[in-house]
Design a protein around this ligand. Structure first.
Ligand code: NAD
Length: 246
């Protein structure tokens, strides 16, 4: 039984989809939770919907902004105390073939998906090292491992997250701060609902388990990595994709 009573978890992009499922999992298992999202109304509503024993705080911030992430961490720590578990989940896509990809779409995806995780991880790691306990989980993607047509910016951001995970794992391990990534495959959320039906069908055919993943499938893997069950695991990428990439 995973018991996170007394722990504080912070989840970026926590107002919907995979981030919301992750926040819910930590909350169900006893943690106090800070939800961070750029969507002010969404994050307030998500926080209100988590009811039970613990405390939930909604924080509006853009993870690609150094000033806003610093303020977000300050708010979380003053309301809940030091953060023990950080989940860098906020992410977006701006798809297009490379030859037509604008610089703005490249920069935005790298800034949110990769720089956001760098900023949050840097802000959290000093305190975690001092306390000799910390868990950081980055939500990457199988696309960061195998690539995908039309997603050069997204694939680069997710491959970058995997590199960040491994480098920081080596830096922080001696202080019992563990950092891992999950790489979801094709998960049924608003992000993937934008795909045309034909593209969804083709993707489905590549999934040995013959179904799309759910946000809860990913949340369970993140919960495991955030818990004491994963005390001897760092710098790893746990693929959650129904067997699509082996
Ligand atoms: P989603 O679009 O439903 O949720 C993303 C959340 O991130 C939203 O609440 C959004 O408001 C928030 N967000 C976006 N930009 C932000 C910013 N600058 N600052 C703070 N918050 C911001 O997407 P999802 O499918 O739940 O994806 C969550 C994560 O999982 C993403 O990192 C995504 O790349 C990754 N992922 C998703 C899939 C999939 O199939 N859905 C597969 C692999 C990886």
């Amino acid at each position: 039984m995973i018991d996170l009573t007394g722990k504080v978890a912070m989840v970026t992009g926590g107002s919907r989809g995979i981030g919301y499922a992750i926040a819910g999992r930590f909350y169900e298992h006893g943690a106090d939770v800070a939800l961070v999202d750029i969507d002010a109304a969404g994050v307030e509503e998500a926080a209100r919907s988590l009811t039970g024993r613990g405390t939930v705080v909604a924080i509006t911030a853009d993870v690609s902004s150094a000033a806003q992430t610093e303020a977000a961490v300050g708010t979380a720590e003053s309301e809940l105390g030091p953060v023990d578990i950080l989940v860098n989940n906020a992410g977006l896509t701006r798809d297009g073939m490379l030859v037509r990809m604008g610089e703005g779409d490249w920069d935005l995806v790298i800034d949110v998906n990769l720089k956001g995780a760098f900023l949050m991880t840097k802000l959290m790691s000093r305190g975690m090292m001092k306390r000799r306990w910390g868990r950081i989980i980055n939500v990457a993607s199988v696309v960061g491992i195998v690539g995908n047509k039309g997603q050069a910016n997204y694939a680069a951001s997710k491959a970058g997250l995997i590199g960040l995970t491994k480098a920081v794992a080596k830096e922080l391990a001696s202080r019992n701060v563990l950092i891992n990534a999950v790489a979801p495959g094709f998960i049924d959320t608003e992000m993937t609902r934008q795909l045309p039906e034909a593209a969804r069908r083709v993707l489905m055919e590549q999934i040995p388990l013959q179904r799309l993943g759910t946000p809860d499938d990913v949340a369970d893997a993140v919960l495991f990595l955030g818990s004491d069950l994963a005390s001897y695991i760092t710098g790893q990428v746990l693929v959650v994709d129904g067997g699509m990439v082996m």
